[in-house]
Design a protein around this ligand. Structure first.
Ligand code: CTP
Length: 400
């Protein structure tokens, strides 16, 4: 994405440097525009060094500033896939809400047709003032997104709301707001199971597997970004993705119960969880003591969540499953597709430990029509986006 990052005058301006770096590291091109007040808190040199792109401002005579020919605001407005203002002062919110264009940033905001996102930061009294709140209502009515500030001790010493939202949350909101929505998925409710499950032997020992849950979490992000309403039923330790309703579970039974509750209202299911197939027959309430000689453990099957949800599916609900195969990938996956009655199965080659925690990965989709061209090898975030694009295209071509 090509992002214009507008930085206005507030102490939180130093955090925009961290945001610029994070966005650049995620592969986005970031060009910063500093207002005159913003330039009192952070320098253009910092921003050009972090982004590798020019920094723009109102005053071309100062050090690193790029020249500011009269049509620059139009060029920048067209260049942007998204304009984010971080931190946004009461002043810039007031200007933009009322169509005022008195410097480079406010003119770009007026000229651009790209999505706009605001991350305000200011004193609590200013934030709560009806004029600021009315301006935010107006900006939202233009389709702009607002990442509300959090609460905390502010630079002015007051405690209350007005603290800039977390940088990571702003970066996620930029991703959501800047991603074009897909017709076949926008507004649709998608249930995703992700992560490993854990089956306890006693209070200190557990049976689990090597899945981290990364792929399922990236799928949740990718479906969220194209406009789906995602419910994520998540096992494991990884943090929940921003903006996704997440239900945390531990065992296969808990994952089944949470998933069944969501499935009734869902349009589709993506079963990305690595569910433990067995659990100990019994779980001890006290730590089990070791004994001399060989010990044995009796295992029983856990519920097959995907099969149970498929059995309860309505004709309008779609289902994507995953298959981790170490040999005869397409053959085994095609059997799974038929046996469980899935719309598609995404096959993962796990030979030699591939896929678990690996950086780059490949998935081969299989439908009733047979295997489709493989997606990848790609990093898991990109692979998740490729899966969503592929599936949205498939849905769009499917008769209603
Ligand atoms: N799955 C599930 N509940 C289980 C087991 C698996 O929902 N108890 C889902 C997984 O999320 C995945 C698919 O089923 O989408 C994998 O199917 P499965 O037949 O379990 O695959 P493998 O574990 O690869 O199968 P096998 O043991 O036959 O190799």
């Amino acid at each position: 994405m090509q992002i214009i990052l507008g930085i206005t005058g507030g102490v939180a301006a130093y955090k925009s440097a961290e945001l610029a770096r994070l966005l650049a590291n995620q592969g986005h091109r970031v060009r910063c525009i500093l207002t005159e007040a913003g330039a009192r808190f952070i320098t253009p040199l910092t921003l050009t060094s972090l982004t590798g792109e020019p920094c723009y401002g109102a005053n071309p005579d100062q050090g690193e500033w790029r020249a500011n020919p009269s049509i620059e605001h139009i060029e920048l407005a067209r260049w942007a896939d998204l304009v984010a203002v971080v931190p946004a002062t009461a002043n810039i919110l007031g200007k933009a809400a009322n169509g005022l264009a008195s410097d480079l940033l406010s003119t770009v905001l007026l000229a651009t047709r790209a999505p706009v996102l605001w991350a305000p930061a200011m004193n609590t009294g200013m934030w709560e003032h009806p004029a600021v709140q009315a301006n935010l209502v107006r900006l939202r009515s233009f389709g702009h997104a607002v990442v509300d500030p959090g609460e905390g001790v502010l630079a002015c010493g007051e405690e209350g709301s007005g603290k800039l939202a977390e940088v990571a949350a702003i970066a996620e909101a930029i991703q959501v707001h800047g991603t074009p929505k897909l017709m076949s998925l926008s507004g649709r409710r998608v249930l995703i199971t992700a992560g490993p499950t854990r089956e306890d032997l006693d209070p200190v020992r557990t049976l689990t597997n090597r899945s981290t849950g990364t792929m399922g979490i990236e799928l949740a992000r990718a479906f969220r970004d194209v406009g789906a309403q995602v419910q994520l039923v998540l096992g494991g330790e990884l943090p929940a993705p921003w903006g996704v309703e997440t239900i945390r579970v531990r065992s296969a039974q808990q994952m089944l119960e949470a998933s069944e509750a969501c499935w009734v209202g869902a349009d589709g299911l993506v079963a990305a969880a690595a569910v433990a197939d067995q659990r100990p027959e019994s779980s001890a309430s006290q730590k089990m003591k070791k004994v001399e000689g060989a010990e044995s453990l009796v295992l029983v099957r856990t519920p097959d969540i995907l099969a149970r949800l498929c059995a309860a599916r309505r004709p309008d609900q779609w289902v994507l499953g995953f298959a981790a195969e170490s040999e005869k990938h397409l053959e085994h996956a095609s059997e799974k597709l038929k046996k469980k009655g899935l719309d598609a199965v995404l096959v993962n080659d796990v030979q030699g430990g591939r896929a678990f925690g690996a950086q780059a990965n490949t998935l081969t989709p299989i439908t009733a029509q047979g295997p489709h061209p493989p997606l990848g090898p790609l990093a898991k975030d990109q692979l998740a986006r490729a899966v969503v694009q592929w599936w949205a295209g498939h849905l769009a071509g499917r008769p209603a």
